[in-house]
Design a protein around this ligand. Structure first.
Ligand SMILES: *Cc1c(COP(=O)(O)O)cnc(C)c1O
Length: 222
């Protein structure tokens, strides 16, 4: 695996305005540094413990993204430094992030995760559920968390039409929320969609943040 070459090739074909989150979960520091040395600065992890260790050991100008659902009792460990939390799907989690943000005198950016795939999973909001959160009194009281966009994962399938439709659904949800709740907010601008197997489709459909792991770092051995 030539990590540097993989990153450079991938970035060459990305349109302006689409940022790459290099998903480095399970990968060692040396792999992250190989990407860092060709200019990559955004990395994604989904385990709090790995993320805090890597944060401590690696260069401080790395922008760390949490790409899953942090357990609420572990948010405190990433709150001092996390740049973006991609997988938020409840008011409870938003309140925890807000509380930890306040302790660290920070406003922590988050994306609301939507369930757009056909597969049954316990994660991800429906649009009405998101509206319920955004119109709640509890949400209005949060000062140290900022919702800056949406995130979703398409069904794992070879059917390109289906994947495209799911990404289009996420884009439509983004547009609706923007119009109804964030029209005045320039920072509500992110659509996190697209992984190793489907990111070209996601980019076509309006992604602003792609989350790519195995295509850069090789397969993961869990
Ligand atoms: C692991 C993971 C990715 C990256 O997956 P690849 O298929 O290796 O690119 C992207 N997003 C989330 C939420 C993940 O958990």
């Amino acid at each position: 695996m030539d990590i540097g070459k993989n990153i450079s090739e991938l970035k060459q074909n990305l349109p302006e305005g689409v940022r790459l989150v290099a998903v480095s979960k399970t990968k060692p520091n040396e792999d992250i540094l190989a990407a860092y040395h060709v200019g990559q600065r955004i990395f994604g992890e989904n385990k709090v413990q790995d993320l805090t260790r890597k944060y401590e050991e690696l260069p401080k100008d790395i922008e760390w993204h949490f790409i899953g659902h942090p357990q609420r009792n572990k948010v405190k460990y990433i709150a001092p430094f996390i740049s973006l939390i991609h997988g938020v799907d409840s008011i409870k989690l938003l309140k925890t992030i807000d509380k930890e943000g306040a302790k660290n005198k920070r406003v922590i950016k988050c994306l609301l995760q939507f369930h757009i795939a056909e597969e049954a999973t316990k994660f991800g909001l429906s649009e009405p559920e998101a509206v319920g959160i955004l119109t709640s009194r509890e949400f209005a009281e949060l000062n140290n968390v900022e919702v800056v966009g949406v995130m979703g994962m398409a069904t794992y399938t070879d059917d390109e039409n289906q994947i495209r439709k799911e990404f289009q659904t996420l884009k439509e949800i983004f547009t609706e929320l923007k119009r109804n709740f964030f029209a005045e907010s320039d920072s509500f601008c992110e659509i996190s969609m697209g992984m190793s197997d489907d990111y070209p489709l996601a980019v076509d459909e309006g992604s602003t943040l792609i989350r790519v792991g195995s295509k850069i770092f090789g397969r993961r051995n869990y």
